[in-house]
Design a binder for this molecule. Sequence first.
Ligand code: 13P
Length: 245
Amino acid sequence: MKKLIVGNWKMNGSTEMASQLVSGIAAGKIDNADVCVCPPYVFLCGIAAAAKQAGIAIGAQDCAYYPKSGAYTGDISASMVKDIGCRYVILGHSERRQYHAESNEVVKNKALRVHEEGLIAVICVGETDAEREAGEHISVVIMQLMESIPETASGANLVIAYEPVWAIGTGKTATEEDVAEMHGIIRRFVNEKLDNPEQVRILYGGSVKPENAASLLAVPHVDGALVGGASLKADQFLAIIAGAA
Ligand code: 13P
């Protein structure tokens, strides 16, 4: 299976920047990896057609806890992001867990909504600095996996992203040994618990850059990358995609 490179733009961009970034990626993209961009909701419609034409999937950075539609001011449902062409929905990012107090239970329910729509949930897990210092990183991640992944998950509708919180936006990358250890553990979990486990891609995220992409993507059981800062510049994102060759 091809590696999957996902750009999580977080709360960045403008109409103009979004369209330029997608054309820049489209112009330089090689076909060695599956590629997805996840801009803020408000820019999704504006880039959907260009992304589709270029073979770039689009994804949302979150979705509502609630089904389809209703009196939920400010929320965007999984069925709405499906309607505008999204294939992926990132869930349980550490910034959602931290700033919106999202628990594993909330993440699991959102993943159910995503699966109801036939979309792919990109469920994020990862330990904090303090948890790693205390030697709890493995148990924390296993607990997140057990409690965040719904029974509806299978190889057809799940991507897992391992993002150690201390590596996000800090320029600190996990060592290849750390990544290999955690990805091996996540791979075993997936193989034991899910149908069609070989189709579940396990992404690494946290300060992925052009300089470290190829070596991180070569670590066993790393099936792609979830990229933050470096996904906001077409040349950097393209270099990371090239690193998946
Ligand atoms: P950075 O690549 O900016 O460290 O962000 C990683 C991330 O959080 C992607 O979801």
